[in-house]
Design a binder for this molecule. Structure first.
Ligand code: ASP
Length: 633
């Protein structure tokens, strides 16, 4: 019998599972396993040399493997051998000896009560001096760590992320398996049908001049599986998108991809809220008892300025535009507020405000600094107006010369502020102001410590617009993807109206702008972790959708003829969702970066610096593929 410590159901607690192994040649125990109750046992350990410490005639070595660290004690009798075979960091060592109680115990190590009094040892392999030390705080720097990722992965800090990833994977699989889902693989070499992101393409040697594409997601395959009757499908699967890598994106990433037949939106929401809760329970031991909150896309955009709001805290955005018009608005106390010849507000397309609790006493320096913050190019505003709603009920603002205190009070009312709040007001064009106010809301919450790491708040965002306007090509594009169904009572709006946009500047007035989709996103702490939709499953409606997206009938058949064909042979109603697996792991691991949770990630330019990929290929390969390139590196 052999004891191997493996990841338990809660990833923080490493559990021990006992099972038989054939090969006992190298070790009887792992380096994380021995306890004081093992004292007296003869054991053999194998692992990597973490540190060598010499005290006079005795040498201590910390031996490390995936499961932990055990201290080895080499007595005087082994000195000669050690001198003949000097040990260095990261040497692979096998040591035989007796477990004994340590005089100087280390409470920070699970094996810290014992050490091995070594009787013999063998160097299984030497190591070059590693470019950085294998410890929690790496001295490697990002580039070096990625170049030597196989060493970086030895570090505890990285290992625990990889363990967490596996725990999330297992929890998802268990849940889906227990609910009747089947893991069915779908191909990686598929047809290029770019919609949304760019495809990665792969030349076909056997079909010169032709290319496969790597899937951006298994979307059409999972729908075909529904047509085939596999009514609950899942896959934890690689997806490939050739996008310019914005912060923290990877060209290849992993999704928990799911599809169900004979379902409505409500079924999907229930099933997958269950999955995320099961993951919380298994991985973090968190019981997420409450039902997941729901919000329409419109509500999210109006109240929080974006479609993935962090609802761990309030600070809703108030739209003050109606207040600053010539006609003005009537306050709760009957007072009329209107334009005050403060052009910034009166002439702006929109005026938005947030009331930040407990900040009315911000100093001039602090408000100046906030003003600079919103003026940064990433936020892009021209300025910031603030109104301090003091705890004594008085008000002071940066626009005192335009508004009396009474009017400021009324504005504060419209902004849902209370004494003690600092009201921050931004004005400008609709999209930019909304985004900037949303960014400012997040920034203030961060500063106030309202984005707590150990608090998790899920949210469903529903009723997304079906279409988005593509300015560059003056046409409609699918906001989710072209297989998403419109809300049943919006189908006719799509069918009955010509998709052509006559006046690009007024695209919002086109009836398509109002059509909502049967689509939903799951949001966790301000991050979109999953998204999906109820699909179109009738050929004629799918054809109408392609037309709406500006595709000719020929093009639709060329790209998606297989799907249209399948819809003629009894396609059941179906819908699904896909979760961003890397992101979910990162959030549960309390990190901003998905790269930390991928064993071999690419850098921000999409390069694997360890393999030095992408790379040129030799002329023979190019000739076989019948590809000519003018670029020579
Ligand atoms: N395939 C979609 C995506 O990758 C998800 C879905 O609709 O199921 O975003």
């Amino acid at each position: 019998m052999y004891q191997l410590s493996v990841l338990g159901s809660s990833w923080q607690s490493i559990q021990h599972i006992t099972f038989n192994i054939q090969n006992k040649m190298y070790r009887s125990h792992t380096c994380g396993e021995l306890r004081i109750t093992d004292a007296g046992k003869e054991v053999t350990l194998a692992g990597w040399v973490q540190t060598v410490r010499k005290f006079g005639a005795i040498t201590f070595i910390d031996l490390r493997d995936r499961y932990g660290i055990t201290q080895l004690l080499f007595g005087e009798d082994l000195n000669g051998q050690l001198e003949a075979n000097p040990l260095g960091r990261e040497f692979v060592l096998q040591a035989v000896g007796k477990v004994s109680e340590r005089s100087n115990k280390n409470p920070n190590l699970s094996t810290g009560d014992v050490e091995i009094a070594v009787t013999s040892f063998k160097i299984l392999n030497k190591s070059a001096v590693p470019p950085f030390t294998i410890q929690d705080d790496s001295d490697g720097g990002d580039d070096l760590r990625m170049k030597y990722r196989y060493l970086d992965l030895r570090r505890n800090a990285v290992k625990k992320n990889i363990e967490l990833r596996y725990a999330v994977n297992r929890a998802a699989r268990n849940y889906l398996h227990n609910n009747g889902f089947m893991d069915i693989e779908t191909p990686f070499l598929i047809k290029s049908t770019p919609e949304g992101a760019r495809d990665f393409v792969v030349p076909s040697r056997m079909n010169p001049g032709e290319f496969y594409a790597l899937p951006q997601s298994p979307q059409t395959f999972k729908q075909l599986l529904m047509v085939s009757g596999y009514d609950r499908y899942y896959q934890i699967v690689k997806c490939f998108r050739d996008e310019d890598l914005r912060a923290d994106r990877q060209p290849e990433f992993t999704q928990i991809d799911c599809e169900m037949a004979f379902v409505e939106q409500e079924d999907i929401l229930n099933m997958f809220e269950g999955m995320v809760k099961a993951i919380f329970k298994d991985v973090k031991n968190i019981s997420y008892a409450e039902t997941v909150e729901r919000m329409t896309w419109e509500e999210a955009m109006w109240n929080f300025g974006n479609d993935k709001p962090d609802i761990r805290f309030g600070i809703k955005i108030a739209n003050l535009k109606s207040v600053f018009t010539r006609n003005g608005a009537i306050t709760a106390t009957g007072e009329l507020i209107n334009g005050a010849d403060f052009k910034v507000f009166d002439e702006a397309e929109t005026v938005l405000a947030i009331a930040v609790p407990g900040c009315s006493e911000y100093s001039r320096k602090q408000t100046d600094e906030l003003t600079e913050w919103v003026k940064r190019p990433q936020v892009g505003m021209r300025g910031l107006v603030f109104i301090k709603y003091n705890t004594d009920g008085t008000l002071k603002s940066s626009v005192d010369k335009f508004y009396t205190e009474d009017k400021l009070k009324a504005i504060a009312g419209f902004a849902n502020a209370k004494p003690g709040d600092l009201i921050l007001v931004l004005a400008g064009t609709e999209d930019r102001t909304r985004k900037a106010t949303s960014d400012l809301r997040m920034e203030m919450a961060e500063r106030l410590g309202l984005r707590k790491k150990d608090e998790y708040k899920l949210l469903w965002v529903l009723d997304f617009p079906l279409f988005e306007y593509d300015e560059e090509n003056n046409r409609w594009v699918a906001r989710h993807h072209p297989f998403t169904s419109p809300k049943p009572d919006h189908i006719n709006v799509m069918i009955d109206n010509n998709p052509v946009i006559e006046n690009a500047a007024e695209y919002l007035k086109h009836p398509y702008a109002e059509i909502k989709a049967n689509a939903y996103d799951m949001v966790l702490n301000g991050n979109e972790i999953g998204g999906g939709s109820i699909r179109i499953f009738q050929r004629d409606l799918q054809e109408k959708m392609f037309t709406a997206l500006g595709m000719s009938d020929e093009e639709a058949v060329h790209k998606f003829g297989f799907l249209l064909g399948a819809f003629e042979y009894g396609a059941p109603p179906h819908g699904g969702i896909a979760f961003g697996f890397d992101r979910l792991c990162a959030i549960l691991g309390g990190s901003e970066s998905i790269r930390d949770f991928i064993a071999f990630p690419k850098n921000n330019s999409g390069r694997d610096v360890m393999m030095d990929s992408p790379s040129t290929i030799d002329d023979k390969q190019l000739t076989e593929l019948q590809i000519k390139t003018d670029i020579r590196k």
